[in-house]
Design a binder for this molecule. Structure first.
Ligand SMILES: [Zn+2]
Length: 114
């Protein structure tokens, strides 16, 4: 029997599978799991002006820049902890929901002068 990792309800049918094999029984539980994963791995994400991004890792001389995040556009991210990242492979993940604003505060900003 599959149980929703968010609300504990039994999942009939296939449910929704998410990161780490965790299941959610409904769209709203899947949404919570989605944010739970981001909260647990906060350090892997850049949160800028209430939007979550993930750096897929800069790709040197990409053959297919259109396959990269933002089609290979270069972003310069300055994390508030001092880390500076220039990447051509940044992905938009999500807008932070109001209910997660306190736990998912901005941790970085864009620097445009690359
Ligand atoms: Zn559920």
């Amino acid at each position: 029997m599959n149980v929703c990792s968010v609300c504990g309800n039994e999942i009939r049918g296939h449910g929704f599978r998410y990161y780490g094999g965790r299941c959610a029984c409904s769209d709203s539980c899947a949404h919570k799991l989605f944010f739970q994963e981001i909260i647990e791995n906060k350090k892997d994400y850049a949160i800028i002006k209430g939007t979550v991004y993930k750096d897929g890792g800069n790709v040197e001389s990409p053959r297919h820049p259109e396959w990269l995040g933002f089609e290979g556009r270069v972003h310069h991210i300055r994390y508030f902890n001092g880390k500076d990242v220039i990447t051509n492979n940044l992905f938009y993940i999500a807008k932070v929901d109001d209910e997660y604003k306190d736990v998912l505060k901005d941790n970085a900003e864009f620097q445009w002068e690359v």
